[in-house]
Unconditional design. Structure first.
Length: 363
């Protein structure tokens, strides 16, 4: 009779796959019980067959029977030990994972063994710890964001009333031919419009510089002749995005705390440039400066809410890899440098899930 080897091999593989699938559908304890039964019954069957063909009888000699039963007991003991050594850690992992999925992130396995199951348990514990830390950071971040949003809401006023009032004052100033006051009111109106009505969290660098110019125009009324602003903003960077109003607190610090009182004109430089994949923004003044090692000499603007808000917002939007640094020296001036990632033209607004195109107003 001729046997097809390919057919035989295929049949064997089919049988093997069927057996493996069947075993995978069984729980571990059932697999071990099946393994014990097979390992115990097969030797007894083999002894019975050997006795029958060797001695021509189905009666198993006493010594052989005792030896077979002894082997069965040893096999049962080893199977039980193996079952407990495998099932107990697995059951502990399953129970711990179930507890964690129910919300108890403090639960851990703490397997003290040295085998593969202990290695797996340690990795599960490490992953749960990492997930717990990420969840805590997320909760802190969300809480801080809600706090910042609440502070912004507390300072909101009716913008239409404010703009109507400012427009009226500007018309009065123009009628009296007071150009300085009229220009100041116009700048204040534009600045508040961009602050109160435009509720996008991100604007372009070009829009931020426009807001900054309005701010300096307003401060010129009070500090006329005490400072001069120089802008070094490449045209190809004006469409890059940044969080709104992060430069104004730095400009305010230069005007309020850097200016001299002896009539000297302080130079202020506003710069923007690209460094690798990041955008660098600088506000530098050649004013009085301060001692970085003397906390009492640090201006309130750089140690207060304004600068902390700038840093907190940058960390919130991006990561701790970005933020603001300050360097200063008495008589040398102060340099505030902001590092943010390069984001060009469009950004998905995280608050509303829509795409914001710079230069458009949301009504």
């Amino acid at each position: 009779m001729h046997f097809d080897e390919n057919y035989t091999e295929k049949s064997f593989r089919t049988l093997q796959d069927f057996a493996l699938v069947g075993l995978r559908n069984l729980k571990i304890r059932h697999r071990l019980i099946l393994s014990y039964s097979i390992s115990t019954v097969l030797p007894l069957v083999a002894v019975y067959i050997y006795t029958y063909f060797r001695y021509g009888t189905s009666s198993i000699p006493g010594q052989v029977l005792v030896l077979s039963l002894l082997m069965a007991c040893v096999s049962m003991t080893m199977t039980t030990y193996t079952y407990l050594s495998i099932s107990s850690p697995i059951n502990q992992m399953v129970e711990t994972c179930q507890t964690i999925s129910d919300g108890d992130m403090e639960k851990r396995i703490h397997d003290q063994g040295n085998d593969e199951l202990a290695f797996l348990s340690d990795n599960i514990d490490s992953m749960v710890t990492e997930i717990q830390l990420l969840l805590e950071q997320r909760q802190e971040s969300d809480a801080r964001k809600r706090e910042l949003e609440l502070k912004m809401l507390q300072y909101q006023i009716n913008p239409h009333f404010l703009f109507n009032t400012l427009n009226t004052l500007m018309l009065v100033a123009q009628m009296n031919q007071d150009k300085v006051v009229a220009d100041g009111i116009r700048s204040l109106s534009e600045l508040l419009k961009n602050t109160l009505i435009n509720d996008h969290e991100f604007i372009t660098i070009g829009e931020e510089i426009a807001n900054l110019k309005h701010y300096f125009s307003i401060q010129t009324i009070r500090y006329a002749g005490s400072f001069h602003v120089n802008y070094e903003i490449p045209e190809d960077l004006t469409d890059f995005m940044l969080p709104k109003l992060i430069l104004q607190p730095l400009a305010e610090n230069s005007v309020l705390h850097g200016s001299y009182n002896d009539g000297t004109v302080m130079e202020i430089y506003v710069r923007c440039y690209q460094e690798s994949a990041d955008i660098i923004l600088e506000v530098e003044d050649h004013g009085k400066g301060f001692d970085m090692n003397d906390k009492s000499s640090v201006p309130k603007g750089l140690g207060g809410i304004g600068s902390r808000n700038v840093n907190d917002r940058i960390h919130l939007y991006f990561s701790d890899d970005y933020g603001m640094t300050v360097s200063s020296a008495p008589g040398k001036g102060t340099l505030c440098r902001i590092r943010i990632p390069s984001i060009n033209t469009k950004i998905v607004n995280a608050k509303e899930g829509e795409t914001y195109v710079p230069g458009t107003d949301r009504r």
